[in-house]
Design a protein. Sequence first.
Length: 194
Amino acid sequence: MTCPEYAKVNGKEYKINTDFKVAIECNRIAEDKTIGDYERALAIIYLLFGEEGLNDTENHLRLIDHAKTFLLCGKEPENNNEEPDMDYIEDYNLIWASMYSDYSGLDIDKEKIHWWKFNDLMNGLSNSELGNCCALNRVRNLRNYDTKNIKDKKEREKIEKAKKRFALKKNKKENNLSKEQEKSMENLNKLLGL
């Protein structure tokens, strides 16, 4: 699939800010339960399509549809209730180190990489059950490791302690949202198809 550079709405083309750092910020905003639906949608439109998209109020819903497609890399949203094993912001240092290591010194801090290509690079990071994998995937494998089958109590406790140490912070937080914030989140998630 070709990496899109423009979104076309009613015959008009909007240049997409395709940089992966912008997409990560859009995802952070989409998940931020303290921001209202309308403000979140406007922020995502502004980040991806700039002033031109923000000022075109008649096409906001269509632009949000394009934003959703862009942020999901052209794929359908996954409907799983599993806890995530990675967070682009929280794991950024691991992502940087893994990209640098696996891709011969690719410094993502200095590069502008299309969001879709960035995800392809993420999917191509080394990962092996034999331990020959990048830093990010070692941590992800640890987060997903099922300790139930470990017979040795000390070994199981050691791995469970490591799992807690490397657990994502947002998986540890309690959800203390007001009813209004919860409803607002549900509405935006429906709008974005999440």
